[in-house]
Design a protein around this ligand. Structure first.
Ligand SMILES: [Zn+2]
Length: 235
């Protein structure tokens, strides 16, 4: 039985081939991120323009993943399943507007994390976003426990994408430090690939979704830097 991975599609040239060295260390399923426009994903797949993150091969259509609804993202959608002709690994192509196993889009979750950095608690955040407070509390707890690791991960992404500066010392607010790192990663990624290389407008939280391969709040992420299994996951 071939292995199955989950893939998200972001900018045209954004793939882990460009930002990581070598293949992921984990042999289990991983996520691959693709852009939100499914028509463009289809045309890129048909043209052989989505690279396999595992080998020099390209991905081809291979059926569909289960239909899912994500709040904050228009309607129901059904991610494409794709398979590499070279290594035969199957991937689920998750749009960059979503996170693995989360019922809300990454912009909603990102808005909650941003509000937390501004000093809000889970109740007012939930009220403002129309999300149950317990759900917001869950997001905040997960991120609070990994904020420093994510901050360092995002600075590594920024460095690999071209922001050549040392990781600054933490300033005392893990939430604001996290947003600073995310801002640097976004500037570096969009600066490197430019408006031509990036498919459509990309937000900071989409950069976070892409460079975590949809695993921003998933168990076990980030395990290491961008080269160390950061994109391995089950769908
Ligand atoms: Zn492959």
């Amino acid at each position: 039985m071939s292995r199955q991975k989950s893939t998200t599609a972001l900018p045209l040239y954004w793939s882990w081939k460009t930002l990581r060295e070598g293949r992921a260390g984990c042999a289990e399923a991983s996520l691959l991120t693709v852009e939100a426009d499914q028509n463009r994903v289809e045309s890129r797949l048909a043209a052989g323009k989505i690279d396999c993150p595992e080998c020099p091969g390209v991905l081809r259509s291979w059926g569909w993943a289960r239909t899912r609804g994500v709040r904050g993202v228009a309607g129901m959608f059904r991610p494409r399943r794709a398979r590499c002709r070279g290594c035969l690994v199957t991937h689920v192509l998750l749009p960059v507007t979503t996170l693995s196993r989360r019922a809300y889009g990454v912009e909603v979750i990102g808005a909650a994390l941003t509000a937390r950095a501004g000093g809000s608690g889970h109740r007012p955040i939930g009220q403002a976003l129309g999300v149950p407070a317990a759900t917001v509390r869950g997001w905040l707890r997960v991120m609070a426990a990994r904020a420093e690791a994510v901050r360092l991960f995002l600075w590594q992404v920024a460095a690999r994408a071209g922001v050549d500066q040392p990781v600054p010392e933490a300033l005392g607010s893990p939430w604001r430090d996290l947003l600073a790192a995310l801002g640097a990663a976004m500037v570096a990624v969009t600066g490197r690939f430019g408006p031509v290389g990036v498919l459509g407008p990309v937000t900071a939280w989409q950069v976070a979704a892409a460079c975590s391969a949809g695993r921003l709040l998933a168990p076990g992420w980030p395990q290491a830097g961008p080269g160390g299994g950061g994109n391995t996951s089950s769908p």
